[in-house]
Design a protein around this ligand. Structure first.
Ligand code: SF4
Length: 699
C-alpha cells in the first residue's frame, strides 16, 4: 500500500508544494503538487531530487556525541548525558560571565516552531539576545529597508502579481537558477504576454538575462547610482505619481534633490553601461500599469545593502507602484523559512511578531507572555559579531544549529580561528560532513526534512505545513524537541510542549493584534487549506492576505511610506593595483548553500561538478590564463585555487566564484569565503559578500 503526503520543498524561499509517495518498503518518491498555488505541479532539479537526501542516510549523524576535553575524541553518549553536560556548561558560564557569554547561531532552514523555541530560550529565559541566524547573511538588508520605508518588514505583493505585471525589474539576482520555479512563472507570463518588459541589472549575463529586454551590465557596487538615475529620468519626464507621492509618502523633495545631483550620462559612466540603456529601462517602467522589482543577494549582501534596497523601493514609491495588483517591490527570500524566522523574532535585534528590542512596551508584552527572565534591551551579537566576540573572549560558548558557518561566513578562515578559541561548541546537525563538527564538544543529531512536522513561510508571506513522513534514523530528534529538552535541563518552565502544534499555537497567540496577526491559524486550518498568506487574524471570514497596503496606509507613525535620501557611494574595500579585480560570489543551479544535502545527490552533480572561477577572456588573456587552467585567486584574507572558466558573459574586471564548496579532503582551496570581506552594512549588519578586491594568476 502506498501513502501519500502533501508537503513543502525545504530548499529555497519560493516554497513549492510537493507530493511525497511512500511505498510499503518506506521508499519515497516526490512530484510537484499540481494543486499548490505556488508551483502548480512544477519542481526544479533540487526539489525533484529531494527524496534522495532523506533515503540516503550514509552521512547522517545517528547518536549524540561528546568529549570532555579537546585532546580526546568524541564518544557516543545518551541524550541525557549530552544535554546534562551542555546545560551544566551553559549554567556555569552564565553564572561566571553573565548570559551574554553564550550564543546560538541558527538557520533560515529551521522550521518556525524550531525558531520560536530557540528564540524563547535565549531571549526569554537565558536572558541574552545572542541569537542570530544565517538569515543575517541573506535578507537582513531587505528587512531593514522595508522597516525604514514601509514601517515594517512586510513584503507587499504576491506571486500572482507576476501574471499581472507588464514590467519586471530583476536587480542583482539570477532567479532562473536560484528561484527556478518562480522564474518559470515569469517565463510563462512573458509567453502569454509578449509585451511584458523584463529588465535585469547584473554584472554577469546570467540565464535570467536570456529573456530580458534590457540587460544593465553594471559595475559591482553601483546599484544606487543606477536606481537614482532611473528615478531622475522618471521625475524629469513626468512619470511620477504625484497624487500618490503627496497623499501617501514623505521625503520626496529631498529625494528629488539627491537624484538630480548626477546626470544620467554621469551615472551611466559610473555604472559602466550606456545612457541609452538606462533611458530604455526607465521608459519601460514609465509605461507599465503593473511594475514589479525583484531582488536578492546582489543588493542585500553589500556594505551599503540597506541603501541599495531603499533606492529600489523608492522607484515604487515615486510611481505609486505598490499595494495594487501587478505592482510592488518583491524581495526574493533565499532560504525556505527566513521569513518565518523573522516572524518569531529569530534575529539578534528582533522580538516575536515583528516587535523590536528597543521598544520597552514590546519587551514588556513578550516578557509577560513568556513569564521568564527580563528581556534585555541590548541587541545580541549578529553573525559576524559572534566571530569577533569569540576572538576576543567575550563569547565563551556557541551552539550552532542547521548551518555550516565555516563555509558560508565571510573571511571564513578568521571565523575558523575564532571558533577554535571557543571554550565550548555545540553542533546540532543532520550530516557528519560540515566543517563545524571538527570543533564540536557536543553533537546533537537532528531530524531532517520529512522526518519532523512544522511550518515555513515563503517569500510571499505564505505559511505552509510540512508533514512528518518517515522516522529519523538512529536517535536523531526533531530540532524543537532538542531545544525543549535542553531548556528543561536548565530548569526553565514553559517548554513542556506535547507537540509541534502546541508550539505553533503559542506563536500564533503572540501575534494577535500585530500587523502579522495569525491568531486565526492552527495546524488543522493549515492542513485543510494547505497554505495561507499572513495576516490571518481570528476571524472566521478571513482567508489570508494576498497583498498588503492596498489602502496605501503604511505601518509608519504617519501612515505614509518614507522616501529616503542618501548619497550613491559604495563603501566596499576598493580595488587596487595589487588587487585589481572585483570578486562576486553566488549560487549555481543545482546546489544548495554548503551542499550538506544537495552534495550527496549524484544527479545534481551532473550540471556543474566542481568549483570554478568565471573570468572574462580579456582578463584571462592579460594573465596568460586559458580555459580549465588552475588559477589562484588571492588577497590579504587568503586564497582559492580552482579551474578557470573563460566567459564573455561576465563584465570585464569582475570575477565570479560559486559559494557552495567547502573543505574537500581537508583542502580548503575551493572555499570562496576564504577571500571575501567581513565588512558589513552599518544598519543591517549584513556582510559585503558581493564585492572583494582580488588578484588572479595561473597556478
Ligand atoms: Fe524547491 Fe525552490 Fe526548486 Fe521550488 S524552486 S522546487 S522551493 S528549490
Amino acid at each position: 500500500m502506498q501513502a501519500s503526503f502533501k508537503t513543502t520543498c525545504c530548499y529555497c524561499g519560493v516554497g513549492c508544494g510537493i507530493v511525497v509517495q511512500q511505498d510499503r518498503q518506506g521508499r519515497l518518491q516526490v512530484s510537484g503538487d499540481k494543486d499548490h498555488p505556488v508551483n502548480r505541479g512544477m519542481l526544479c532539479s533540487k526539489g525533484m531530487n529531494l527524496h534522495y537526501t532523506v533515503m540516503d542516510t550514509s552521512d547522517r549523524l545517528l547518536y549524540p556525541e561528546m568529549r570532555y576535553n579537546r585532546q580526546m575524541a568524541r564518544q557516543r553518549v545518551s541524550w541525557d548525558q549530552a544535554l546534562d553536560r551542555t546545560a551544566a556548561v551553559f549554567r556555569t558560564l552564565i553564572a561566571q560571565y553573565g548570559p551574554d557569554a553564550v550564543a546560538i547561531y541558527a538557520s533560515g532552514q529551521c522550521l518556525t516552531e524550531e525558531y520560536y523555541v530557540l528564540n524563547k530560550l535565549m531571549k526569554g529565559f537565558i536572558g541574552s539576545n545572542n541569537i542570530d541566524t544565517n538569515s543575517r547573511l541573506c535578507m537582513s538588508s531587505a528587512v531593514a529597508a522595508y522597516k525604514m520605508a514601509l514601517g515594517e518588514d512586510a513584503v507587499p505583493g504576491c506571486y500572482d502579481d507576476i501574471e499581472l505585471a507588464d514590467c519586471i525589474f530583476v536587480a542583482g539576482a539570477n532567479p532562473a537558477w536560484c528561484h527556478p520555479i518562480l522564474w518559470r512563472r515569469v517565463e510563462a507570463a512573458r509567453a502569454a504576454n509578449p509585451a511584458l518588459k523584463i529588465i535585469v541589472s547584473d554584472p554577469r549575463a546570467t540565464q535570467t538575462c536570456s529573456i530580458a529586454n534590457v540587460h544593465l551590465q553594471l559595475n559591482p557596487g553601483t546599484d544606487i547610482v543606477l536606481h537614482h538615475a532611473l528615478g531622475r529620468w522618471l521625475i524629469e519626464n513626468n512619470y511620477t505619481d504625484n497624487r500618490f507621492i503627496q497623499q501617501h509618502t514623505e521625503g520626496f523633495a529631498t529625494y528629488r534633490e539627491a537624484v538630480m545631483q548626477r546626470s544620467i550620462a554621469e551615472a551611466a559612466a559610473i555604472c559602466g553601461i550606456t545612457e541609452a540603456a538606462i533611458c530604455e529601462a526607465a521608459a519601460y517602467m514609465s509605461q507599465a500599469k503593473g511594475f514589479i522589482s525583484m531582488w536578492t543577494m546582489g543588493l542585500n549582501q553589500s556594505a551599503v545593502g540597506v541603501r541599495k534596497n531603499l533606492s529600489l523601493i523608492n522607484l515604487h514609491l515615486i510611481t505609486g507602484h505598490i499595494g495594487r495588483p501587478g505592482s510592488g517591490p518583491f524581495s526574493l527570500t533565499g532560504q525556505p523559512n527566513a521569513m518565518g524566522g523573522r516572524e518569531v523574532g529569530g534575529l539578534a535585534n528582533l522580538l516575536p511578531a515583528h516587535r523590536v528590542l528597543d521598544n520597552p512596551q514590546h519587551r514588556a508584552e513578550v516578557q509577560a507572555f513568556w513569564g521568564g527572565a527580563t528581556i534585555s534591551p541590548k541587541p545580541g551579537f549578529t553573525a559576524t559579531e559572534m566571530v569577533e566576540a569569540l576572538e576576543d573572549g567575550r563569547l565563551k560558548a556557541i551552539w550552532i544549529t542547521g548551518t555550516n558557518p565555516l563555509v558560508s561566513l565571510p573571511d571564513v578562515r578568521r571565523a575558523e580561528a575564532a571558533l577554535q578559541k571557543a571554550r565550548f561548541v555545540v553542533v546540532q546537525e543532520i550530516s557528519n560532513k560540515p566543517e563545524t563538527l571538527r570543533y564540536a564538544d557536543v553533537v546533537f543529531p537532528a531530524a531532517a526534512w520529512a522526518e519532523k512536522e512544522g511550518t515555513m513561510t515563503n517569500a510571499e508571506r505564505r505559511i505552509s505545513y510540512l508533514h512528518k513522513i518517515t522516522n529519523a534514523p538512529g536517535e536523531a530528534l526533531p530540532d524543537a524537541e532538542i531545544t525543549c529538552r535542553f531548556a528543561q535541563k536548565m530548569g526553565y518552565h514553559g517548554f513542556n510542549y506535547q507537540s509541534a502544534a502546541e508550539i505553533y499555537a503559542e506563536h500564533c497567540r503572540l501575534t494577535a493584534g500585530t500587523h502579522i496577526d495569525i491568531s486565526g491559524l492552527d495546524y488543522a486550518t493549515l492542513q485543510a487549506q494547505r497554505s495561507v498568506q499572513w495576516p490571518y487574524p481570528k476571524d472566521t471570514a478571513h482567508t489570508g492576505t494576498a497583498r498588503l497596503f492596498t489602502d496605501h496606509q503604511f505601518y509608519t507613525p504617519s501612515s505614509r511610506a518614507i522616501i529616503h535620501s542618501f548619497d550613491d557611494g559604495n563603501t566596499s574595500a576598493p580595488i587596487s593595483p595589487t588587487h585589481p579585480l572585483i570578486l562576486t560570489t553566488g549560487r549555481i543551479r543545482d546546489q544548495w548553500h554548503t551542499m550538506s544535502k544537495t552534495g550527496k545527490v549524484n544527479k545534481l552533480k551532473q550540471h556543474i561538478a566542481n568549483a570554478f572561477l568565471e573570468i572574462h577572456p580579456d582578463d584571462a588573456r592579460q594573465r596568460h590564463i586559458a580555459q580549465d587552467d588552475i588559477v589562484e585567486i588571492f588577497n590579504a584574507q587568503g586564497s582559492v585555487r580552482v579551474k578557470a572558466k573563460l566567459s564573455a558573459s561576465i563584465k570585464k574586471g569582475v570575477v565570479f566564484l560559486p559559494m557552495h564548496w567547502g573543505k574537500i579532503l581537508q583542502n580548503d582551496l575551493h572555499r570562496a569565503n576564504n577571500i571575501t570581506h567581513a565588512l558589513i552594512d552599518p544598519i543591517s549588519k549584513q556582510p559585503d559578500l558581493k564585492f572583494a578586491a582580488v588578484q588572479v594568476q595561473r597556478y
